[in-house]
Design a binder for this molecule. Structure first.
Ligand code: ACM
Ligand code: ZN
Length: 680
């Protein structure tokens, strides 16, 4: 009895050592054992594998050499890596068991992928071989999701082959296995296509240093030899190099060729592929024109030769489609094919491209807009506008990858905006990425099977430099890696944050530029604790409806005592588009009041404006309202910063009903966002 208790106490102790916390993503299960395995010098290893798999183990050996591991001169070495094909203990090719004993370490897996991940775990546990000992334990590990992705936008700002390879190295360390390259977009075409040389002589270059000046400027391209030319592209040899480098690290590179939207660089270089036939008119390809299909199929043919990936990503997002409505070719196509609207016209294009890909043994992947107008039969949906699109596809029997903006967009700012470089906006700190739970309640096991996995996306409009790119990428990609790999029951934020701090240290050591988590400011302080006030919990009636995309907590939002954070996307800010706000709070009985305040957010980028003025009224019967105050705005719409302005009545009055009317400033497409009506 006593000894069992003692052993239990020792076990608890052992599981809380710093070492056992060190691995990202946290393994599925870890059983502590007594003792330590001593390390002395570089990690040595030997393989025990069927002869048939010699080529594979040799390749793994080449990779292990890059980690500083050495094949044992004789005998088994510190690590014996056993390849046991068909071993049913392993749920997938990526699963592994690592047994660490005082006598040595055994890694086992049914495929080299599993041994590769066992090595990553051991590499972290051993501080890259520099630790003097590792506490004994057995780790049984397997990924939660088969698809663990990262999307790199190399169109808005070009990134070198070397840069991509560096990120591949780190992705492999954290067991990510898909690199989605966003190779084409309006800001530049980035892949050599032999059949269309103008794509890389012209569409890959712009006479602007960065995306913002190009976007604010004339959005034109220029010849590669123009002295002002900025940009670049990957030659086909570069692509082969990236794909091979990734493959050796068990990462599949998925190319994205955008269509039919986000294609300004194509329609400006080959104007016959756009509806107007003129350059610089629309970024949408013309689906009415057979030449568009000829172009896309020729491009995809070369792309498929370069990328062995099962999936080819065809974009599909955010097409404007407006030129299609009046284009004679598009109209004729719609008539011939019996297409009811432009959504169905896009769907026609995606269906055709899918047939082409399928005929070449590949599968189509696209952003969730490919659902509009009807999903192609074999298509897989990458769900970015929330997970709804992905869920819809899954329910319809398709596969999906979840990459909802709220959790997975690493171009959003990661700390208090006033502490951060300019970004697209938002607020997605490490904790938020980490909190992503892709499996919704009520998903059946079959539906869960069709959820292939998750991905983080790093769009680069606001990210001109490599350093800045890494800063946005790390350490948040670690959180996504753990969401993708680890079992939800093993996740716990504070422990993860500690491990992310250590991993950031490693990244810095290796010359990466992670955001410094140690100096994180955190969420908007006002949002952290509830405010208790006289209107808390009181009903609010709306004369003007909130926008369906930003309901926050619906009718209870403005009196729930919860103030908003740094982003209007946090479900605490309620949004009104192209409209005034006109709401009335019922305090339940005549009440003496001294203060009524409402705070609005302003963020110039997405057209979020504080109101022109706010009017406050009081009433005893809910019919007759007397003015309490009218407060005018004094913040310029030119200010690019995230700003908060509180409009308030202060005085002394008695009322049962309080009405707030906020006048929008009249800029079309503009939003009002407020979080609470505070009454004292
Ligand atoms: C996207 O963010 N437009 C996929
Ligand atoms: Zn057209």
């Amino acid at each position: 009895m006593f000894s069992a208790l003692l052993a239990a106490a020792l076990l608890t102790e052992a599981t809380t050592t710093a070492q056992s916390q060190a691995v990202i993503p946290i393994p599925a299960s870890e059983t502590q054992a007594v003792g330590v395995c001593r390390l002395d010098g570089p990690i040595t290893y030997s393989f025990r594998a069927p002869r048939l798999l010699e080529a594979e183990t040799a390749e793994l050996g080449d990779y292990l050499a890059t980690l500083g591991w050495q094949p044992a001169a004789k005998g088994r070495g510190l690590v014996e890596a056993r390849l046991v094909p068909g071993d049913r203990r392993f749920a997938s090719d990526e699963a592994y068991r690592l047994t660490i004993t005082p006598k040595g370490i055994t890694a086992e897996a049914r495929a080299t992928a599993g041994l590769f991940y066992a090595a990553q775990t051991l590499q972290q546990l051993s501080d890259d071989g520099s630790a003097t000992e590792i506490a004994c334990r057995t780790i049984d590990d397997a990924p939660r999701f088969a698809y663990r992705g990262f999307m790199m936008d190399v169109s808005r700002h070009f990134r070198t082959v070397e840069f991509i390879k560096r990120q591949i190295d780190a992705m492999a360390r954290y067991k990510l296995n898909r690199l989605h390259l966003h190779l084409t977009d309006g800001a530049g075409w980035r892949i050599e296509i032999k059949r269309y040389p103008r794509l890389t002589e012209y569409a890959a270059w712009r006479p602007y240093e960065d995306w913002e000046s190009w976007w604010e400027g004339d959005r034109h391209y220029c010849e590669a030899d123009d002295p002002e030319a900025r940009g670049g592209y990957y030659t086909q040899d570069d692509i082969r190099e990236i794909v091979e480098y990734a493959r050796q690290r068990h990462i599949v590179v998925i190319p994205e060729i955008e269509m039919p939207g986000h294609s300004d660089e194509v329609t400006s270089t080959y104007p016959e592929l756009g509806c107007s036939g003129e350059p610089y008119t629309s970024g949408d390809l013309c689906p009415g024109n057979e030449k568009t299909f000829e172009f896309l199929e020729n491009v995809l043919t070369e792309v498929m030769e370069l990328f062995p990936s099962e999936y080819i990503h065809v974009g599909g997002d955010e097409a404007g489609k407006s030129a299609w409505r009046t284009c004679p070719k598009c109209r004729a196509r719609m008539q011939e094919e019996g297409l009811a609207d432009v959504d169905e016209l896009q769907s026609y294009l995606i269906h055709r491209i899918e047939r082409f890909l399928n005929a070449h043994g590949r599968r189509l992947l696209g952003w969730d807009e490919i659902l509009d107008g009807g999903l192609a039969p074999d298509a897989t949906v990458m769900s970015w506008r929330g997970t709804e699109g992905g869920m819809k596809a899954i329910r319809a029997g398709h596969q999906a990858i979840f990459t909802p903006g709220e959790f997975c967009y690493l171009d959003y700012t990661q700390d208090a905006p006033f502490t951060q470089p300019a970004s697209i906006g938002g607020y997605t700190p490490l904790r938020k990425v980490y909190s992503f739970e892709p499996v919704a309640k009520g998903m059946t096991p079959e539906e869960q099977q069709r959820l292939l996995g998750v991905q983080a996306n790093l769009w680069a409009e606001w990210i001109p430099t490599d350093e800045h790119y890494e800063y946005m990428m790390w350490p948040r990609l670690l959180a996504l890696a753990e969401v993708a790999w680890s079992q939800p029951g093993r996740k716990e934020y504070e422990g993860f944050r500690q491990r992310a701090l250590e991993a950031s240290e490693w990244l810095r050591d290796k010359g990466y530029h992670p955001f410094d988590l140690r100096s994180e400011y955190g969420e908007r302080p006002e949002s952290l604790t509830p405010v208790h006030h006289l209107a808390e919990g009181c009903p609010v009636s709306y004369t003007t409806p909130w926008h369906r995309s930003y309901p926050a907590a619906g009718a209870t939002t403005l009196t729930d005592g919860r103030l908003g954070g740094w982003t209007y996307g946090d479900h605490r800010w309620q949004g009104f588009l192209n409209a005034d706000l006109d709401v009335t709070v019922d305090l339940g009985k005549a009440t003496e009041i001294h203060y009524v305040g409402t705070t609005f957010m302003q963020l110039r980028g997405p057209y979020v404006w504080v109101p022109r003025e706010v009017e406050f009224y009081g009433s005893d019967d809910g019919r007759e309202f007397r003015p309490l105050a009218t407060v005018r705005n004094d913040i310029s719409t030119e200010n690019p910063a995230l700003l908060f302005k509180t409009f308030a009545y202060a005085g002394k009055t008695s009322a049962r009903y309080i009405r707030c009317v906020a006048r929008n400033n009249g800029i079309r497409g503009g939003w009002l966002f407020l979080d609470e009506i505070v009454v004292f």
